[in-house]
Design a protein around this ligand. Structure first.
Ligand code: ADP
Length: 482
């Protein structure tokens, strides 16, 4: 019998009629646990608990909120190896990546512990005599959160921490595939001293639990990270609702890494390996388009393929593994379907793309590199969300920049060059929320904004102090001095 993980509602463990088995993608014989699958009624109960907790929590002192977040941060950091193992076991990123992500969750909690003390307002002189004007920020109420499977602890942390820091209450629905990490995080926060009902976890299906959160009139705002199709539908529902909901979407990417003739070849290859294939390519900031100018193209492809051949693809928990398995069978099928499609479209598979057998039954895929791809191909336009990248030739920097921007997405854009002129121009002209110079497109800091443009993001940025734009609402008060 595997361990049963209940819903966490109003400070209580709540059993559910149904449960989802959480399987290890490195070894599908390994069942991590049975995770309660909530219903619409569970969501209603969680929202009621969050609504009841809001008046007191929204008026708590910054010190009270600081202490909870700081205590939770301390526990997450102290247990980062164990939490990282939980994460890698359920999601399939390598253990060092899992431990790094767990540590990141702890750092985010510490940052927002500090933010509780930094939230200030502004005072203005009025244009009218004898009047003062103040601009202050207030929490928005009950926030519903819907999170994806690829960062099972960091994304819940970077949504929950600012929501709580600024005085909101929360109902979170983690991805059905990877609920253990979010469950552990919510458990830690509750034991760190959160009053009952301030933070509630309802696991289950997006179409049931996620939808119920979006439909509930007492949910004031929805923060979502996931696919474009789901995000778009959800945002439309938030606007159609009465009352309307504030909404924040983080969605896909088709991030370009431009490699110019003058790039340091080693730097460019490492940026491509990390950006395209680490975390099994399952990052919205992954570099899936490698746009390479003529002079360095052949040397870059040759060096990249050599480097790919040396990548160790194996069990996420095994020491020495560099690339873990794909998260589940349907994602593996999607990756393989795109690999078939790339060939049909006329791109050449330079390396990889086949399923691999390892000691345990897992969803192992050899990272794949296409060459001679064009930016018009579907493999260059649609998010694959796997370890699959396509090299696209460009004649000049100008053409490379145009190709980089010719996409429906705009999350992260990278360039490898030793030219200050091109780096500066790219920084200014890349149509993306984040630009990386001689760095992988993935891998960001937590104290600065995260987000993109076009089809990648909608609404205010996440992370850093910018997170307050979503998790607070502004009030302008006019005071007659008398
Ligand atoms: P991915 O699974 O690729 O991350 P999805 O958009 O399918 O992207 O899922 C992201 C999150 O949204 C998951 O937690 C999922 O359960 C949830 N979700 C899926 N469908 C809906 C829906 N109709 N309403 C609300 N949430 C949903």
């Amino acid at each position: 019998m595997s361990q049963m993980f209940p819903l966490l509602i109003g400070g209580e463990a709540v059993a559910a009629a149904d449960a989802t088995a959480n399987l290890n993608p490195s070894d599908t014989n390994d069942t991590i646990g049975a995770f309660a699958s909530g219903t619409k009624a569970d969501v209603a109960r969680a929202v009621d608990a969050a609504k009841a907790a809001f008046p007191a929590w929204s008026r708590s002192t910054p010190q009270e909120r600081y202490e909870v977040l700081k205590k939770a941060s301390d526990e997450v950091l102290a247990r980062k190896d164990e939490l990282g193992r939980i994460l890698s076991r359920e999601e399939g990123k390598t253990l060092p990546e899992g431990v790094g992500e767990a540590a990141r969750a702890g750092q985010v909690l510490a940052f927002f512990a500090g933010e509780t003390l930094r939230l200030g307002g502004e005072a203005f002189a009025s244009v009218r005599p004898g009047v003062g004007v103040e601009v202050t920020r207030e929490p928005i109420g009950v926030v519903g959160m819907i999170t994806p499977w690829n960062f099972p602890i960091a994304i819940p942390a970077w949504k929950i921490a600012p929501a709580l820091a600024y005085g909101n209450t929360v109902v979170i629905k983690p991805a059905d595939l990877v609920p253990h990490s979010a469950w552990a995080l919510v458990d830690i926060l509750q034991r760190a001293g959160l009053p009952k009902g301030v933070l509630n976890l309802v696991m289950g299906k997006g179409s049931v639990v996620g939808q119920a959160l979006v439909d509930h009139p007492d949910v004031a705002a929805i923060s979502f990270t996931g696919s474009v199709a789901t995000g778009r539908r959800l945002a439309a529902a938030c606007v159609a609702a009465t009352p309307m909901k504030k909404v924040q979407l983080e969605m896909g990417g088709k991030n370009p890494l431009v490699v110019l003739d003058d790039a340091d070849l080693k730097v460019a290859v490492e940026c491509a390996i990390n950006g395209a294939f680490f975390s099994t390519g399952q990052r919205c900031t992954a570099s899936s388009r490698l746009i390479v100018t003529e002079g360095i193209h052949d040397a870059f492809v040759a060096a990249l393929v050599e480097r790919m051949k040396a990548l160790v693809v194996d069990d996420a928990l095994k020491p020495g593994t560099q690339i873990g398995p794909v998260v589940d069978p349907s994602q593996l099928e999607q990756d393989e379907a795109y690999i078939r499609l790339g060939r049909q479209e006329g791109a050449k598979l330079a390396w990889g793309g086949e399923r691999l057998n390892r000691a345990t039954p897992g969803h192992y895929l050899q990272p794949a590199l296409f060459v001679e791809a064009t930016n018009a191909m579907r493999i260059a336009r649609e998010e694959i969300f796997g370890p699959v990248a396509a090299v696209i030739r460009a004649k000049t920097y100008d053409e490379a920049l145009a190709l980089a921007n010719d996409t429906d997405f705009g999350l992260s854009a990278g360039i490898c060059t030793t030219s200050l002129k091109y780096a500066t121009h790219f920084k200014r002209n890349a149509e993306a929320g984040m630009v990386m110079v001689n760095l992988p497109t993935a891998g960001v800091d937590y104290h600065v904004p995260f987000g993109g443009r076009k089809g990648s993001s909608y609404g205010p940025r996440e992370q850093g102090a910018y997170a307050r734009e979503f998790y607070t609402t502004v009030k302008t008060s006019y005071i007659a001095a008398g």
